[in-house]
Design a protein around this ligand. Sequence first.
Ligand code: PDD
Length: 291
Amino acid sequence: MPRISFVNGNYLPHEQATVPIEDRGLQFSDAVYEIISFFGGKPLDLIPHLERLKKSLEGLSIKYDVEKGYFLDLLEQMIARNKISDGIIYIQITRGVAPRDHAFPKGEITPTIIATVRPLDMEAIRNRLTNGVKIITVAENRWGRPDIKSTSLLGNVLAKEAAAREGAYEAVYFDHHGIVTEGASSNVWMVNNEGILVTRKTDGKILPGITRLAVVKTQKGAVKGIEERPFSRDALKTAREIFLTSTTSFVMPAVNLDGKSVGDGKPGPVTRVLQKAYQKYIKEQTGQTVF
Ligand code: PDD
C-alpha cells in the first residue's frame, strides 16, 4: 500500500509530494499547522481544530479561507487512499512560494497546503496511559506567540531533544519567573495538595489545546474543583498528580518529574477519572473505544 500525501489539491505518492524550495514554510517557518486525530474514520473535534487553524492564520495574516467542507473532503480522501481508519492527519498551510525576502511578498500569493496521515501506535500509547511517563522541566526558549500554532518549532525541538536525552517523554516549560507555561507539545495539569485541578488559562502564553478544552468540559462533576491559572514550577514539584493533554497524548499521567516521583509514583485517581471521562467523550463522537 503506497503512502499517499496531499499537496495543493493533488494526492500523490508520498515520495513525490514535494514543495518548491522557496516555499516560505521552508525558508522562514512562515506557516501554521494542525494535527487532528480520527478514529473509525471519524475526526475528533474537527470544528475546534478548524477554528484554531483560522485563528493561527489570522495571527500571521495569511489569507486563506478555512472551509469545513474542504477539510472534511481532504480527511475522507486521505483516510480512504491510505486505508487508515485510526490515526492522525497533519495539515500545514504556508504563506506560499516567493523569492526569499523576509517581509511579506508584495501582491497576492497562493498559500501552500500540504497534508499527511499516519496511524497512531495505540499499543505504545495505551502502555504509557496505564503506566505514566517521565517528564523534565526546561526554561522557555520559544518566540513570544505560542498561542499561534505555527511551524516555528525550533525551541520545542530542542526541548524535546533535551527530554529524549534524559529518557523523558516531555519537557515542561517554565518562564523566567519560574511559572509553568506548557509542555513542548502538550498542555500541563496538576492536582494540588487540596485536591484541586489546576491548569494554566489560555492567556497567550500557551497553545489553547483542543484536548485541554475537552478536559475542561468533561471534568465537570468529576473533580473537587478546577482553577485555570498560572502555577509555579515549585508548585508542580509538590503536586499530588500531574498529567499532560494533547491530541496524541490524550490524558497522559506523568509519574516522574525531574528524576523524582510524582505522588506515589503511579498515575493518580483524578487522572484516572479524567482519562475515563475523555475516553467517553471520544466514544460519543467517533463510536470508538480508543484506549
Ligand atoms: N501538539 N501545546 C503545544 C505546544 C502543542 O504543540 C500541542 C499539540 C498542545 C496540545 O494541543 P492539542 O490538544 O490541540 O493537541 C499544547 C501537537 C499534537 C504536535 O505538535 O504534535
